[in-house]
Write a protein that binds this ligand. Structure first.
Ligand code: SF4
Length: 211
């Protein structure tokens, strides 16, 4: 592995630690931005942009320790992948939507943009660790750095970002990773003579979309 690729892998590895929600550093953004309907995942209906009735004034969830028992397994399963704390602490410098209601719509809109960028970072970090895709590590490292750079932009620049186009470009690269991983898996099966014995669903896959 070249020194540059090595650096990209290490950088993505350490960045991965921050690609998970840290509710203590967030102003409850997902509890306001998301809309949900009463179902097995959520006990109530809630419109997008409206604070959940369980969100307290200190931005903590009043039922955090018993979400499932209270009918909110959807909340327990959700992870913003670090987008919430990034918007709260970096993009808006610790300003929250209750103290700055005039900026709330922008914060909510950019949380959704940041969530997409962090999801791409998560997939790119994962792809950088995959041996069958090591020939793409240079391109993956560059895509990771570019996505990180975009995520650190000002609110104005983030608002102007064409996140759909960036997502398409990164997804094309991740699809190439997926093909390499699948090819390696097929090769292994051919070598062990297991191809016909192993069902297609057992093929190793790497999806650029959330599960
Ligand atoms: S139940 Fe708790 S975690 Fe779920 S949206 Fe409401 S405040 Fe947030």
């Amino acid at each position: 592995m070249s020194e540059e690729c090595d650096h990209a892998v290490h950088r993505a590895d350490s960045a991965r630690l921050s690609l998970r929600g840290d509710c203590e550093s967030c102003f409850g953004l997902c509890c306001v931005v998301a809309a949900f309907s009463a179902s097995t995942d959520f006990a109530i209906d809630k419109d997008a942009g409206k604070a959940c009735p369980h969100l307290q004034s200190d931005f903590r969830c009043a039922i955090h320790t018993h979400l499932r028992e209270q009918g909110f397994p959807g909340c327990a399963a959700y992870d913003c992948l670090g987008a919430g704390q990034k918007i709260s602490q970096l993009t808006f410098g610790g300003e929250d939507w209750r103290r700055a209601p005039g900026r709330a719509p922008q914060m909510f809109e950019l949380f959704l943009v940041m969530r997409q960028l962090h999801e791409l970072l998560w997939y790119l970090a994962e792809a950088l660790t995959l041996q069958p895709a090591r020939q793409l590590r240079g391109a993956l490292g560059l895509a990771f750095e570019e996505t990180e750079r975009l995520a650190e932009n000002s609110p104005e620049s983030l608002g102007e970002l064409d996140v759909a186009t960036h997502r398409r470009e990164v997804s094309a690269l991740l699809l190439r990773v997926s093909e390499l991983v699948r090819a390696k898996s097929r090769h292994r099966k051919d070598c062990t003579g297991l191809t016909s014995a192993v069902p297609t669903s057992a093929t190793v896959s790497f999806s650029p979309h959330p599960s």
